[in-house]
Write a protein that binds this ligand. Structure first.
Ligand code: DX5
Ligand code: ZN
Length: 213
């Protein structure tokens, strides 16, 4: 079983103080920084783009885990690589025609590639490309906003993916707190994204540790 990694999402951070908000999770033991990029088309919300990613790269040595919730991600991948992404995750639903090519594009820059599925997308939709990706991200909320409730329907999908591969990194994103973390780890996930339960906590170090199962 792969090591459990915690990737706090800066979507729930104080955007007026991103540098110190990232330093705070680094000190508290976070493994990765999860960065949610939204375009107002693929999801009904807008967040940040490559210039902000570049700006905050200076704040930390932690790997940048960039989650692209955008249409036509292939147009923007080079910008996020230049900005300092260490892993880029794209959505299957945004690359139905060219998923394999987009994964190859990400890997051509020498960084890791992840593929994500929304709650209504089945594991079948990505089964064939599993050997090509470094990570699968199972969304456990409809992408677009932090602070939503965990969808239990994601658990069988995590189990199915784990049964297909022992070594695959399986990430879960949405509604992760100390209780749901236990369930997703039991199902086979090993990388946990958490926004509100980390940044909303009184003691951020305790919150991160409580997610490790
Ligand atoms: C949702 C984003 C998540 C979000 C998670 O579309 O992909 O990364 O920040 O937030 P919480 O942990 O609050 O559900
Ligand atoms: Zn995310």
């Amino acid at each position: 079983m792969n090591k459990i990694l915690i990737a706090p999402s800066i979507l729930s951070a104080d955007f007026a103080n991103l540098q110190s908000e990232i330093e705070r999770i680094e000190k508290a033991g976070a493994d990765w920084v999860h960065i949610d990029v939204m375009d107002g088309h693929f999801v009904p919300n807008l967040t940040i783009g490559a210039p902000v990613v570049k700006g905050i790269k200076k704040a930390t040595k932690l790997p940048f885990d960039v989650h692209l919730m955008i249409d036509a991600p292939w147009k923007y991948i080079p910008d996020f690589v230049k900005a300092g992404a260490d892993i880029i995750t794209i959505h299957q639903e945004a690359c139905v025609e060219n998923l394999s090519e987009v994964i190859a594009q990400i890997k051509s820059f020498g960084i890791k590639a992840g593929v994500s599925i929304k709650p209504k997308t089945s594991v079948d939709a990505i089964k064939d490309i599993l050997p090509e990706v470094d990570m699968v991200l199972v969304m456990s909320v409809e992408p677009g906003f932090g602070g939503q409730s965990f969808m239990y329907e994601s658990l069988p999908k995590i189990k199915e993916l784990r049964s297909l591969s022992h070594n695959l990194d399986i990430q879960v994103d949405g509604g992760i707190n100390a209780d749901t973390a236990k369930l997703v780890i039991e199902a086979g996930a090993n990388i946990l994204v958490a926004g509100s339960s980390v940044y909303g906590a009184k003691n951020i170090e305790e919150a991160i540790n409580s997610l490790r199962g």
